[in-house]
Design a protein around this ligand. Structure first.
Ligand code: TMP
Length: 212
């Protein structure tokens, strides 16, 4: 597989989606072909999964939750990620495997080794080449959500989100070569500059177009 998989991760309200779109624009400007996508809702099936966490129904049991995200991931890899990588292009995904380790593993307390194995099954072993982790204090992130209707995760307490944050940081410590941690509590444009610097360094290391 010759393309690149870049993932953006972070807790609630970290600004991932906006930053993803800005990053995709920049990469296209450098001449790369980029598919911008997201989990769990990067496919039709994934959108249905996502809706299950929005409804007012009783929240799914933790293991059900895990299966749902993994089902969405497998479909996403089959429909979107693998074909793009096979074409030698870039996939930029707002969340991927680390989200399951952070939320279902560190947050819900499910077995992390099991999650790693299931992630590997769901992705056919396709791992991110680079992950940008937007790190933010959950108090700040949750405060940014405003008055809209919250999903199952946004409704979880601060302790849950603190575990998710620590989980992400632990993953970053374990995989320093893959995960770049960037503080998300800065103005949007400065945050984007910092993300671009990290991606630029990564592209240059790979000998790929990275701008002047
Ligand atoms: P968001 O990316 O728009 O914040 O919404 C996705 C929500 O789903 C977010 O609360 C994190 C959660 N999630 C998991 O718990 N596990 C996963 O594997 C993924 C992809 C998302």
């Amino acid at each position: 597989m010759t393309g690149l998989l870049i993932t953006i991760e972070g807790g609630e309200g970290s600004g991932k989606s906006t930053q993803c779109t800005l990053l995709a624009q920049w990469l296209r400007g450098l001449g790369h072909r980029v598919t911008e996508t997201r989990e769990p809702d990067g496919t039709g099936l994934g959108q249905s999964v996502r809706a299950l966490f929005r409804s007012d129904e009783k929240a799914p049991a933790p293991l059900t939750e895990l299966f749902l995200f993994l089902a969405a991931r497998h479909q996403h890899v089959a429909e979107v990620i693998r074909p793009v990588l096979l074409r030698g292009e870039i996939v930029l995904s707002d969340r991927y495997t680390d989200a399951t380790l952070a939320y279902q593993g560190y947050g819900r307390g499910l077995d992390r080794e099991l999650i790693r194995e299931m992630n590997s099954l769901a992705t056919g072993g396709i791992q991110p080449d680079l992950t940008v982790l937007l790190d933010l204090d959950p108090d700040v992130g949750l405060g940014r959500l405003g008055a809209r209707v919250l999903d199952v995760f946004e409704k979880m307490d601060r302790a849950f989100h603190a575990r998710v944050r620590e989980g992400y940081l632990e993953i970053a410590r374990e995989e320093k070569g893959r995960v770049v941690v960037i503080r998300a509590d800065q103005p949007r444009a400065l945050l984007q500059d910092e993300i671009r610097r990290a991606v630029k360094e990564f592209l240059a290391r790979r000998g790929l177009p990275s701008g002047v």
